[in-house]
Design a binder for this molecule. Structure first.
Ligand code: SF4
Length: 326
């Protein structure tokens, strides 16, 4: 099976689910086994600010959502959590925030430098659109990877769902991340209301074109108090599994987010059955929360955010038979 052209990707996205699950899912898992030693990579995650100035129509943390209790965490407190993560054995860190212009950029640089001094080997950041020079400063401070999702590859759809920015600005930011020397993590939202298979195929092909390091792909889940929630229900698990498997087959070396929802959304954004299904489709990256529960639950781009610690990660590794890589 080849997945080089848009026609081939479209054919895989639209083939009967029974055939996809018996032919394509195991092939994707085999690629991860053969090429990456079936490693389950784990990253410690900390959302240091859930303040966001933007109004993305699908996001629970959008500025207009007054139901979210907002917080900012100072660098010293972040670094105390990072120290605890190092002591627990983590070597990878993911620092994330809303697009919060009032969180001083110098503080962000201080966090990155401090985490490197504490022995974190790989730092990923996701803090929104910055100037090119700022990405360069983050790289110089020690950041290894920057997550800036294109969300949807069709300009008109992007511009409608992301009214605080536009497609040109987002793609320019993506270029600037690459030019800074950081690895680029980027991907899409899967199966949001109105998304066509044509758009989904273009999203997958754009990830390949951008030569990403990590595909932070998630299914669409309606969040309370968001405009898009009025337009339709959640993305189908089947569609996220199709995208995970095709991404693994087309981009064998990249990290792919494995914490995914299952059939019952009440079990949370990253449920046991959803995660196991994603890992069996070729996904490989899980997160452990460093925040206290109340704050972690307030960092909610989607509803039903569950708090996951290292014991959960060990359970996922045991159930999937993958080799854990902290
Ligand atoms: S998706 Fe990101 S930029 Fe958009 S509203 Fe949510 S936190 Fe802000």
């Amino acid at each position: 099976m080849n997945y080089e052209t848009k026609q081939e990707v479209l054919a895989a996205l639209s083939m009967p689910w029974a055939a996809f699950s018996t032919d394509v899912l195991p092939a994707a898992k085999e690629v991860h086994r053969a090429q990456n030693g079936d490693r389950l990579t784990v990253t410690a995650m900390l959302g240091y600010s859930n303040v966001c100035k933007n109004q993305c129509l699908y996001c629970g943390m959008r500025a207009a959502n007054n139901a979210v209790p907002r917080y900012r965490i100072e660098p010293d407190e972040v670094l105390a959590s990072v120290r605890a993560a190092r002591e627990a054995g983590f070597t990878r860190l993911f620092l994330i925030s809303g697009e919060d212009p009032k969180y001083d950029f110098e503080k962000l640089l201080r966090m990155v430098e401090g985490a490197k001094k504490l022995g974190i080997a790989h730092i990923s950041l996701a803090c929104g659109e910055f100037e090119r020079s700022q990405y360069e400063e983050l790289r110089a401070a020690g950041a290894d990877e920057y997550v800036i999702k294109f969300e949807m590859s069709h300009k008109d759809t992007f511009d409608r769902l992301n009214p605080s920015t536009n497609f040109e600005k987002r793609m320019a930011a993506i270029s600037h991340v690459k030019e800074s020397g950081m690895e680029l993590a980027s991907g899409n939202i899967v199966d949001y209301p109105g998304q066509t298979l044509d758009e989904l195929a273009d999203d997958i092909l754009l990830m390949r074109k951008l030569e990403i390091s990590w595909a932070p792909i998630v299914p669409y889940l309606p969040a309370q108090n968001t405009p898009l929630a009025a337009e339709g229900g959640p993305g189908r698990q089947e569609m996220i599994l199709r995208e995970i498997a095709l991404t693994r087959l087309m981009l064998p070396q990249v990290n792919i987010t494995g914490g995914q929802p299952g059939k019952n959304l009440a079990d949370g954004f990253s449920s046991v059955d959803g995660t196991q299904a994603a890992l069996a489709a070729g996904a490989n990256l899980l997160f452990a929360d460093l925040l206290p529960a109340a704050r972690a639950q307030a960092f909610r781009v989607v509803d039903n955010r569950t708090l996951l610690g290292l014991d959960h990660i060990h359970r996922m590794a045991e159930m999937s038979g993958m080799s854990l890589c902290l």
